[in-house]
Design a protein around this ligand. Structure first.
Ligand code: PHE
Length: 341
């Protein structure tokens, strides 16, 4: 008799269920009105009188074990169900695609310009935004008393007259030229800072792309040719360019380049204020003083450089009227833009 009890006890302890039906089968077998334990109570009369007490206790324990195990199985089934609900997530259900990211208009313009210059052998150079006075100004032939150094225009680091936020990507020119020997052919995209009042038209931070080409025999004609290629790639095959004399401390001669878009097209008319000409970049032949400051022999080498402002191009290209929108990261604004083809 005791053997039967033992066998049932171990069966109860070892039983597992994987579904509600299996749990119900367990209940019916061990706890139901015709359960398997009941007949064992009837066996009492066949047990030796001296063993009856122990047998009765063993049966009660068996009953309790069945109840206890039932509750355990019920709990574990609940857990399993919660688990299968999580596992049962259908990863193939299509996701609404209205939250996917998009490129910032500034990045779109930057990337396009970078790829145009990479195609003709310019290599991307990136440098620090926190610069020293020497790389940003002195090496770039900008004298001590130049107004650009004024506290009004330049963000100096707190308590410093030496460290500043670079005011143009031209600081990358001096960084590269002091490290690298010619031939140098780099394109340097990046953020620059000027202490200007923020308005719809100007901001204290913006982006530029700097270009620098230094080698033996680099001429003004090489610069014109390179910039004409850029204008055609950027603004279309029919683009024409003109160079107007200008002044930058680090180039001599210096020029500003305009691109001819014409006036036939409504957008072109608006962008060029009816003149057909769009102001695009500053450029010039690298001043010999700059080469010498950076340890490049100006008797042996010449070069040209240019700097393009990105925000204005992005605003023109995407018809954005307020520069501040470019720095506010409003998703509703940002998701409107697609790549320039
Ligand atoms: N650094 C000039 C600016 O910020 C642009 C420039 C770069 C002009 C290189 C000439 C050559 O306006």
């Amino acid at each position: 008799m005791f053997d039967k009890v033992e066998i049932l006890l171990s069966e109860i302890k070892q039983s597992e269920v994987g579904s509600k039906d299996e749990l119900e089968a367990f209940r019916i077998k061990f706890l139901g009105s015709k359960n398997i334990i009941k007949p064992l109570f009837a066996e009492m009369r066949n047990v030796e009188p001296s063993d009856r007490k122990a047998y009765g206790q063993a049966l009660n324990e068996l009953k309790n074990a069945a109840e206890g195990r039932y509750n355990e199985l019920l709990d574990s089934l609940d857990d399993q169900e919660q688990h299968t609900m999580a596992e049962g997530i259908d990863y193939t259900i299509p996701v609404p695609m209205d939250h996917h990211g998009s490129r910032h208009p500034v990045s779109l313009v930057l990337n396009k310009m970078i790829s145009i210059f990479q195609r003709i052998g310019f290599v991307v150079a990136e440098e620090r935004e926190i610069e020293d006075d020497w790389h940003n100004f002195t090496a770039m032939n900008t004298p001590e008393d130049h107004p650009a150094r004024d506290m009004q225009d330049t963000f100096y680091l707190k308590g410093s007259t030496e460290m500043l936020l670079r005011t143009h990507t031209s600081s990358v020119q001096s960084r590269v030229m002091t490290k690298q020997k010619p031939p140098i052919r780099i394109i340097a995209p990046g953020r620059v800072y000027r202490n200007e009042t923020i308005s719809a038209r100007s901001h204290c931070q913006f982006h530029q792309v700097e270009g620098l080409y230094v080698d033996k025999g680099v001429s003004f004609a090489d610069m014109k040719d390179t910039l004409l290629y850029f204008a055609k790639e950027m603004y279309g095959k029919d683009a024409k360019i003109r160079l107007r004399p200008s002044y930058f401390p680090f180039t001599e001669p210096s020029a500003e380049m305009d691109v001819y878009l014409g006036t036939a097209d409504d957008t072109a008319y608006r962008l060029t204020k009816g003149t057909g000409w769009l102001e695009v970049l500053g450029c010039g032949m690298v001043d010999p003083n700059v080469l010498d400051s950076c340890g490049i022999d100006s008797e042996e080498y010449t070069g040209f450089a240019f700097g393009i402002g990105i925000e204005r191009s992005a605003m023109q290209n995407y018809n954005i009227s307020d520069i501040r929108l470019l720095f506010e990261n409003d998703v509703r604004f940002l998701k409107q833009f697609s790549p320039i083809l």
